[in-house]
Design a protein around this ligand. Structure first.
Ligand code: ADP
Length: 462
């Protein structure tokens, strides 16, 4: 680009200047020649040259003029006869050319430039000063060879200048492109290192502003990737730990039975086997919850959106959970302010609401209550699950939606919790572009509130 923008103006300027110079030089030669022709015309008249008085003095003058311009002079008398030709070719011959006829008839000079043959020509009538009648015509030609030689020399110099400018521009281009590309090379090297597994937290490349903003964006991406990687590692280690716990319990129970051998009674076998079944159920529920969570983590494209009657959906959930509530004498109350229909994925939303109501039953006091309220405005519907249970300490409220987080691990395990229920509920709500909030007072009760758009907002496709 630099080469093009540098060299094209130089070539154009050279062309224009040379053409202008040639035009000017030719026109100045033409006017010089015209002046000489006029002088000669006066001389011819005063000497009576055209009336047969062809003195050597006038002839010498004509020859000198032809030599001066490295050209040719032809004098024609009123009978169209060439009385003098410095080349000696046309002498005493009749010359009737268009220019000559025009000079006689109009009494005016004409001039022309024959570029291919390198000469200018002036045709001047010799007019009688008294009568104004044409007595003859002077045809004078002047060579432009010397002009062309000057123009050629200029052209050569300009070409040399162009070559020098081109070399300078190429050198500048190479230096500039090296300088511009250097930060890119460093960034590429840093990215290659990261790709090869080299632990690098930030790319530190200084350069011009645009480069720095690219590096800034890359660093943000890196730190996001690192966070994702950390949370993935943490998740994997949590999962392994959670899955190993029931297995470890089963192994202890089975080992005890083996160690006791024949000493173990059939009641002991039954008791141990019941415990083992309990651990298997637990393992099973962790795996089921994990699978639900993985499904929720997938893109919103996996949502199966339909218009669902939310009142019916909530009633069905409560009906299913009633036996669980009855076990602890907990009263389930459903208050619906208005009928609500919304575009949701029924399976995923049912899972979210079930988890909230199940928690409200599980972390409740005996003979307590759970109240589910349903309301809507023109844009959102609202489900609140309130209980009279044990509550969540203020410092734990920010963490309850984290995977595997439990306020009281042993209590949660006792009642069959996996620590994934609220994480699943939150993912389901977020997939619907809704929000979930918790407010709780320890020892008094907890309230979870869901707010979900009535119409599903399709995410913008990329
Ligand atoms: P879990 O399977 O242990 O119930 P959740 O993710 O559903 O896991 O809940 C996380 C933790 O939040 C629970 O272990 C419990 O300590 C607390 N929690 C959830 N819901 C309630 C509630 N309604 N009342 C009191 N504590 C709750």
């Amino acid at each position: 680009m630099l080469l093009l923008t540098g060299i094209i103006p130089v070539i154009i300027t050279r062309g224009i200047i040379l053409r202008y110079y040639e035009k000017n030089a030719v026109s100045s030669r033409n006017s010089d020649l015209s002046i000489q022709c006029n002088i000669l015309s006066n001389y011819l008249l005063s000497s009576g040259y055209l009336d047969g008085n062809m003195s050597d003095e006038v002839n010498a003058e004509i020859e000198q003029m032809a030599n001066l311009y490295d050209g040719r002079v032809i004098i024609i008398d009123r009978d169209f006869r060439a009385v003098k030709d410095t080349y000696g070719i046309y002498e005493s011959k009749i010359i009737i050319s268009e220019d000559v006829l025009k000079a006689f008839s109009s009494g005016e000079s004409s001039s022309g430039y024959d570029a291919p043959n390198h000469y200018v020509e002036v045709v001047t009538p010799v007019l009688d000063t008294n009568t104004g009648e044409g007595c003859g015509v002077i045809i004078a030609c002047a060579s432009t060879d010397s002009l062309m030689a000057t123009i050629d020399a200029l052209r050569r110099n300009a070409l040399l200048l162009e070559v020098i400018i081109t070399i300078i521009i190429i050198a500048i281009s190479i230096i500039c492109s090296r300088l511009l590309m250097r930060p890119f090379d460093r960034v590429t090297q840093a990215i290659n290192k990261i790709e090869a597994g080299y632990e690098q937290e930030v790319i530190d490349v200084k350069g011009y502003t645009e480069m720095e903003s690219i590096v800034g964006a890359l660093n943000q991406l890196l730190s996001r990737m690192k966070k994702l990687d950390d949370s993935r590692q943490e998740f994997v280690s949590n999962v392994s730990h959670e899955l190993k716990t029931p297995l470890a319990s089963m192994k202890v129970l089975a080992d005890s039975l083996i160690t006791m051998g024949d000493g173990a009674t059939s009641e002991m076998y039954r008791e141990f086997m019941e415990d083992i079944t309990h651990e298997i159920d637990r393992e099973n529920s962790i795996i089921t919850d994990l699978l639900s969570l993985v499904k929720m983590d997938k893109t919103a494209g996996t949502l199966n959106i339909k218009e669902v009657d939310i009142n019916e959906m909530t009633e069905a959930i409560l009906k299913r959970l009633k036996p669980l509530a009855d076990q602890s004498g907990i009263e389930l109350i459903f208050e619906s302010v208005r009928p609500v229909k919304a575009e949701v994925d029924e399976v995923k939303l049912t899972l979210a609401v079930s988890n909230l109501i199940e928690n409200a039953i599980k972390y409740n006091n005996p003979n307590g209550w759970v109240r589910v309220m349903l309301d809507a405005d023109h844009q959102f519907f609202l489900i609140t699950v309130t209980d009279s249970g044990i509550g969540i300490p203020a410092e734990a409220q920010d963490h309850v939606f984290e995977r595997f987080y439990r306020v009281d691990k042993s209590h949660s395990r006792e009642i069959g919790g996996t620590g994934l229920g609220l994480a699943i509920a939150r993912s389901a709500v977020i997939m619907h572009r809704g929000a979930i909030k918790v407010s709780s007072l320890e020892g008094q009760g907890t309230e979870f509130a869901l707010r979900i758009p009535l119409t599903y907002i399709t995410p913008a496709t990329k």
